[in-house]
Design a protein around this ligand. Structure first.
Ligand SMILES: *[C@@H]1O[C@H](CO)[C@@H](O)[C@H](O)[C@H]1NC(C)=O
Ligand SMILES: *[C@@H]1O[C@H](CO)[C@@H](O)[C@H](O)[C@H]1NC(C)=O
Ligand SMILES: *[C@@H]1O[C@H](CO)[C@@H](O)[C@H](O)[C@H]1NC(C)=O
Ligand SMILES: *[C@@H]1O[C@H](CO)[C@@H](O)[C@H](O)[C@H]1NC(C)=O
Ligand SMILES: *[C@@H]1O[C@H](CO)[C@@H](O)[C@H](O)[C@H]1NC(C)=O
Ligand SMILES: *[C@@H]1O[C@H](CO)[C@@H](O)[C@H](O)[C@H]1NC(C)=O
Length: 800
């Protein structure tokens, strides 16, 4: 019972003392223990090879109350014949645990049981009639908060009430949900102090847990992902501005290998292959369970090859690439002997390989392990703190973990374990700060504690300690301890790859309610996906309830500064959705504005400019070319800044075209510009023209006009049409004509160039393809996109 094991720790004694367990319940548990893991599951729908750009969420069928194509799953007979009847008998006798177990099974669909939310709700209610239970309260709160997306009546005040009860019963899920709601003021007044109190309570508990469980929390796999990142993000590959959330070792290695292969022959560097295979099996991956035995085999091959080639003393002859990877292999082998992972513990062998690793390349992981040996006096070594400290110091130069270890050792040497006292205060603080900024989760906890205890301001007086700042630190820390606080995330992922989208939605929406930005995106995506225009699949239909729930989660993610969510909201409100979402230019404008100004999105600025240019949204729908120009310029500036930072070139064509279009409009229509300055510009032929074209557009409104850009990339496809074309005016047509001419010339040129290249038999990877930046997909100027894809070029028409 992963979900409530925290709750159990909190209320264990309480629960035992108050709940009465019947023999039926115990009998049912005995049957459950007999069922072998996963025996009832088929094979997964997705695996490492087929999930990329291929994740497809089927249509939701509201009669079926599930996604289409759900497989009728086999429920083990022991469940239907024995366990459920026993639990029901126990529940009838008021056994609280039996009621909660039943409710869980009907909510989570354990053992392939078909979920039944209304039934589960009843059991949770019945379970807390006489005695409180943190987990049951949380589930009630969650169910009322979401309404289970249309299956029960949502009621936000009940939700908050039950979260409150859950919190009073020590349930960590409820505490997190309340902390999040108080921080952002969702359904309750904003209250930072209270949010900080709740988050810090969780943080202290989580910290105590990781101290007991030695190991690096940053090494584990993270399930806090945006599932849409498997399709390249909300806006597809290269277009999405939010960072990819999926860190997979397998993918990283494959990518590294490709790059490596451009320069070297991998067969000359066997160590790399061995090491990468070893570390993948050692750490596990989304589709690959950990296997220490297998990792050990690879690592032995790696180290053995090193022995064979260099003996144990000729390491100075080794080249730099090989020494790095051989040293990694030796460090991992030493580590496995030290910790007894995949092989019996053996300090002698551990020391031998750790020392070798340091001789070969002063590997920071080996240094850290060696430091630990001296710090704790493992094996034959006696405790030697000064030795450990100097080793950690060296490791800390390249490793966040090294810095953290150094700081922790210094803390333990401070009087009364108080880092503020004693001569190390400054050293401790700066090490922790560096570790934190290099991504150490545990470091973040100490850093936040230092902010609270005043150590931070003692050393950095200029560092402002604010409630929101501290709260966010605690929030991030807590959310990173997902194996303790958020097992629903791995549940959701597991259900997703087996194609149980409804259960996946449950898991992600639980985490979304608790304030995880990535889970909010995943939830929004499971509820509503824009569709590519050219698709071989049947069109999906969405009901109002699910679309507005999707918008709600996108808004929450946007509130947490998610760029893609903000842009998508803009696109959704700009275009509206047939029958389910009213067009709302003002809202669209506000989202684009937020994306442009607060979140520094180039596309956001472009859209703001566009709305000004066409008089959509701002200031009573009046056209304002001057503001349009300002935001187009801003859009270009943001792109340029990004280029400077990443030193990657990007395509600014669409913005430059928009600027050119404005210029031409100015040349052909000075009068309109003048009117603009004098009045708000509600008269003149220009507006009349616009009105006509708008009227035409509204007549077409019958069809679903969601943004093509988003539609396509939401599901990983391409698109070829842009409805906004209808909105163009005289200036646009001129530009389009010129564009067309230009591209004809350009295209012919390009064909000639390609032909020449082919004649030369040049098979250097097409650089143009790689430099492509998604703008041409984003701003599809009817065919220009296709032509632009043929080559990488940039216009600078500012001179006109
Ligand atoms: C059902 O699955 C959930 C989610 O994984 C888990 O927390 C719960 O303990 C399971 N219940 C039973 C009875 O196996
Ligand atoms: C939903 O499922 C029911 C029952 O299988 C089926 O009859 C109906 O056609 C489905 N509706 C849609 C819109 O696919
Ligand atoms: C782990 O790897 C070993 C050796 O390759 C293999 O025999 C074993 O079946 C694997 N274990 C699992 C659980 O896959
Ligand atoms: C540790 O001590 C044992 C027994 O005294 C000895 O056999 C072994 O070689 C020592 N190991 C190291 C690394 O010195
Ligand atoms: C600890 O190690 C240092 C450096 O190797 C050495 O000089 C010192 O004597 C050692 N101290 C103890 C107590 O063994
Ligand atoms: C927008 O229109 C409303 C109603 O027509 C008017 O009261 C308001 O002053 C206008 N706002 C601006 C900024 O023009």
């Amino acid at each position: 019972m992963k979900i409530h094991y925290i709750a159990h720790i909190f209320i264990l004694s309480f629960a035992i003392a108050t709940s009465f367990e019947s023999g039926y319940y115990r009998q049912a548990l005995r049957y459950l223990a007999e069922i072998p893991d996963d025996s009832y599951r088929g094979s997964p729908l997705y695996n490492n090879d087929n999930i990329d750009d291929n994740l497809y969420i089927p249509n939701y069928n509201s009669t079926l109350k599930d996604y289409d194509g759900r497989q009728i799953r086999h429920v083990p007979e022991i469940i239907t014949k024995k366990v459920l009847p026993l639990l029901e008998t126990a529940a009838a006798e008021n056994d609280q645990m039996a009621m909660i177990t039943l409710a869980d099974i009907y909510t989570f669909g354990n053992y392939s049981v078909t979920v039944d939310y209304p039934k589960a709700l009843q059991y949770y209610h019945k379970a807390v009639e006489n005695t409180g239970n943190g987990h049951a309260y949380f589930m009630l709160g969650f169910m009322y908060s979401t309404g289970m997306f249309g299956e029960i009546d949502a009621d936000d005040s009940k939700a908050i009430m039950y979260y409150q009860f859950g919190m009073e019963n020590g349930d960590s899920n409820s505490i997190m949900a309340l902390a999040y709601r108080h921080y952002y003021g969702i359904g309750t007044p904003e209250n930072c102090e209270l949010a900080m109190h709740y988050y810090s309570r969780l943080a202290h508990f989580g910290y105590d847990m990781i101290q007991k469980n030695i190991g690096d929390v940053d090494k584990g796999l993270r399930y806090n992902i945006k599932i849409v990142d498997f399709n390249g993000g909300l806006y597809g590959n290269k277009l999405s501005e939010s960072a990819n959330s999926i860190f997979s070792r397998t993918r990283r290695h494959n990518k590294d290998k490709e790059e490596f292969l451009e320069f070297f022959d991998i067969d000359d560097h066997q160590y790399i292959n061995f090491y990468q295979n070893a570390i993948t099996h050692y750490s596990g991956d989304y589709f690959l369970p950990k296997n220490y035995t297998r990792a050990f085999e690879y690592i032995q091959d790696c180290v053995g090859l090193g022995e064979q080639m260099y003996g144990s003393s000729n390491y100075h002859r080794i080249n730099e690439i090989d020494s790095t990877f051989l040293s990694h292999c030796q460090a991992l082998l030493g580590h496995m002997y030290l910790t007894g992972e995949g092989v019996p513990k053996n300090y002698d062998k551990a020391m031998k390989w750790l020392r070798n690793s340091i001789v070969v390349a002063r590997n920071s992981e080996a240094l850290i392990d060696l430091g630990e040996v001296y710090e704790n006096g493992l094996g034959n070594e006696s405790i030697n703190t000064s030795m450990a400290l100097s080793i950690y110091r060296e490791a800390g130069e390249t490793s966040a973990l090294g810095k953290l270890k150094q700081a922790k050792l210094l803390m333990s040497m401070s009087p009364e374990n108080d880092p503020r006292k004693g001569k190390f205060a400054k050293d401790i603080y700066s090490s922790i700060k560096k570790a934190t900024f290099s991504g150490s989760t545990e470091g973040l906890y100490y850093f936040t504690e230092f902010l609270q205890s005043g150590l931070a301001s003692q050393i950095e007086p200029e560092r402002a300690v604010t409630c929101p700042g501290t709260t966010i630190c605690y929030k991030v820390f807590v959310e990173k301890l997902e194996h303790i606080f958020l097992p629903q995330l791995s549940y959701a992922f597991e259900e997703l790859i087996y194609g149980n989208f409804k259960n996946a939605l449950l898991g992600y929406s639980m985490a979304a309610e608790q304030g995880l930005e990535n889970a909010q995106i995943s939830t929004a995506y499971l509820l509503y996906q824009l569709q590519p225009i050219l698709s071989t699949r049947a069109e999906k239909s969405f009901d109002h309830e699910r679309v507005s729930a999707s918008v709600r989660y996108l808004e929450r993610a946007s509130q947490q500064d998610n760029v893609d969510a903000t842009l998508l909201l803009g696109d959704m409100f700009l275009n509206g959705l047939h029958n389910t979402l009213e067009k709302d230019n003002d809202r669209a404008f506000n989202y684009y504005m937020r994306a442009a100004v607060s979140l520094k999105s180039s596309y956001g600025a472009y859209k703001v400019g566009n709305m000004y240019e066409y008089g959509l949204g701002p200031v009573n729908d009046s056209v304002d070319y001057f503001m349009a120009k300002r935001y187009y310029d801003l859009s270009i500036d943001i792109k340029k800044n990004l280029e400077d930072k990443t030193s990657k070139s990007s395509n600014k064509t669409p913005i430059n075209w928009a600027l050119l279009r404005l210029r031409l409009k100015y040349v052909f229509n000075r009068k309109q510009f003048k009117n603009q300055e004098e009045s708000s510009g509600s008269s003149g032929w220009f507006n009349a023209f616009k009105k006509i074209s708008n009227a035409g557009k509204q007549a077409n409104e019958g069809t679903d006009r969601a943004s093509d850009r988003a539609r396509a990339h939401h599901e990983g496809g391409d698109f070829l049409r842009d409805d906004e074309f209808e909105e163009y005016d005289i200036g646009d047509y001129l530009v389009i004509f010129l564009t067309f001419m230009f591209f004809v010339v350009f295209f012919i040129q390009n064909v000639i160039r390609q032909a020449r290249r082919m004649r030369q038999g040049n098979n250097v990877p097409n650089e143009e393809q790689q430099n492509q930046n998604g703008w041409n997909f984003r701003f599809n100027f009817n065919g220009i996109g296709a032509a632009a894809r043929a080559g990488n070029f940039e216009f600078h028409f500012f001179a006109i």
